[in-house]
Design a protein around this ligand. Structure first.
Ligand SMILES: [Zn+2]
Length: 363
């Protein structure tokens, strides 16, 4: 049965009729003349392709970095969660089995450490990085695993400095490598210098020493060079990794994010400062970004980085994933970053419903 959404309102461009059949978009036209089950929504309801959260912890196995995928997924307006290296090769089979049972679409960056986040210093012992195990996992799950993840900060790598990153670069094949940055060592320049086109820096606006900016707020030269090579920047809010002050200064210096992600798991969902994707998107509006920009950073941009043309877009043949949301106005909302700094808005993004593969779910 065809479903016809009449006069869908997008963040840019004029309203269109969207036709869905067999879980895919079948037509996007000014006015669809054919028959089908018709729905329409109130005028102030926006529709975008389904939100994609590029940095989550969607594997329930390893506290504290754990969550049930649907709890951080479709129930919050996110139709696709990408797990950022909760699992290494030891756990990827059980994660894959879990992923097939979830309503939310799930992809994974494979942690280069075979033990994943079963421990917080997963790269402190180089014997945890097994090239054959990584290659085997990549061959076993060519579409589920969309890239590799390496957490390159002092508490994770111990005395190994840049070594885990070099090992990751040697096994990454054609997939992107997502790199978490934080406290030194390793030094940020030595990390950036290893990254190539399509690789992703997450926690790009973190407020720690050893971040992407000099003391005077100007971007590091190594960052500018990395950007010129096509290295992408991901927000990756997280418990400790998003600073309003750093983000505001960065935008002033034209260091713009490519993707907006949450780094969400149970605890920072429930107790903040992350809460959910809608809050993270609203914080980015509070930085002065347009609605079009933030929605693009949670749809088309992440889909492109993980090499998926079947999500993140409303075009014929793509999966019929949509997020319906409102921009609610009226009262004052307070938003907190990872350092306790607060920004106020008089609006917030509020998700109302999703379509996943053509199935409508109200939130
Ligand atoms: Zn994370």
């Amino acid at each position: 049965m065809k479903q016809i959404i009449r006069k869908a309102r997008f963040v840019t461009g004029k309203p269109k009729d969207i036709v869905i059949e067999n879980g895919k978009f079948m037509a996007i036209v000014d006015e669809y003349a054919g028959e089908g089950e018709e729905v329409s929504f109130e005028e102030d309801v926006y529709m975008s392709s389904g939100w994609i959260d590029l940095h989550t912890h969607a594997f329930p196995g390893f506290p504290p970095y754990c969550a049930e995928p649907d709890e951080i997924g479709y129930k919050t307006g996110v139709t696709t969660v990408v797990d950022a290296g909760t699992c290494g090769s030891d756990q990827i089979d059980s994660f894959y089995r879990l992923a097939t049972k979830s309503m939310t679409r799930i992809f994974a960056f494979l942690n280069i450490s075979s033990v994943g986040l079963s421990r917080m210093d997963e790269l402190s012992d180089l014997s945890f990085i097994s090239a054959p195990a990584i290659e085997h996992a990549l061959e076993s799950y060519p579409s589920f695993i969309v890239g590799l993840k390496a957490r390159m900060s002092a508490s994770v790598v111990g005395t190994n400095d840049i070594q885990p990153l070099l090992l990751a670069k040697a096994v990454q094949q054609q997939k992107p490598l997502m790199v978490h940055i934080g406290s030194a060592p390793p030094n940020i320049d030595s990390i950036l210098n290893e990254l190539k086109q399509g690789d992703i820096i997450t926690h790009c606006y973190n407020g720690k020493a050893n971040n992407l900016f000099r003391e005077d707020g100007k971007p590091l030269l190594s960052l500018q060079e990395a950007r010129e090579r096509g290295v992408a920047l991901d927000v990756g809010h997280g418990t400790e990794s998003f600073s309003f002050e750093v983000a505001e200064q960065a935008l002033k210096e034209h260091v713009h994010f490519d993707t907006i992600s949450t780094d969400i798991y149970e605890r920072n969902q429930r107790h903040g400062p992350v809460y959910d994707m809608a809050s993270t998107l609203t914080k980015c509006l509070a930085l002065g970004c347009s609605l079009e920009t933030v929605i693009q950073a949670v749809t088309e941009a992440p889909a492109r980085l993980i090499g998926r043309t079947d999500i993140g877009t409303i075009k014929v043949g793509a999966n019929a994933d949509l997020t319906l949301f409102k921009l609610e106005h009226g009262r004052s909302y307070s938003w907190i970053d990872s350092h306790g700094a607060v920004r106020q808005t008089t609006y917030r993004i509020k998700p109302l419903a999703v379509y996943i593969g053509g199935t409508y779910i109200e939130l």
